[in-house]
Design a protein around this ligand. Structure first.
Ligand code: ZN
Length: 151
């Protein structure tokens, strides 16, 4: 199975390089924390978790908690469900540029009727998680951050 192979690869990588696994990232979200990685070489913040800095590719990374504050870069409204997301529609996937720099994929918690182009650029804050089962390409249940508009 594709999912198992990926899991094994991640486990292998985590022994040597990974200061924050995707599983740790999801545990953080469940506890209300948006976790990322701070680079010892350039000082940049990486999120979602990766084995290297997203800005300079250095491997010296330390787990840090992000503020959860950011700005909506873009979003869309999903009304037709893809496999595994039938119970979620309609929903609003969004890309949030965090205060710390990296862009994070999540969902926007607002009425779909209110989701107009004016939402782009508004200030948001981490406000919980969304749990999804996903499709046959995912290995089980996952969570993503949910943001609400504050500005
Ligand atoms: Zn770096």
């Amino acid at each position: 199975m594709v999912g198992k192979e990926q899991e094994e690869i991640e486990k292998e990588l985590s022994k040597e390089y990974v200061a924050l696994t995707y599983a740790d990232y999801e545990v953080g979200l469940k506890g209300g924390k948006l976790l990322g990685l701070k680079c010892a070489a350039c000082g940049g913040i990486t999120c979602h978790p990766m084995p290297v800095c997203q800005w300079c590719s250095d491997r010296h990374l330390e787990k840090v908690e992000l503020s959860g504050d950011g700005e909506v870069t873009t979003f869309t409204v999903i009304r037709v469900a893809s496999e595994g997301f039938e119970d979620d529609v309609p929903y609003i996937p969004c890309l949030v540029k965090t205060k710390e720099g990296p862009c994070v994929i999540g969902r926007l918690d607002m009425a779909v009727e209110s989701a107009t182009q004016e939402v782009i650029g508004t200030q948001v804050k981490l406000d919980g998680i969304s749990t999804y089962n996903g499709d046959k390409f995912f290995s089980g249940e996952h969570v993503c951050p949910v943001f609400k508009i504050v500005g």
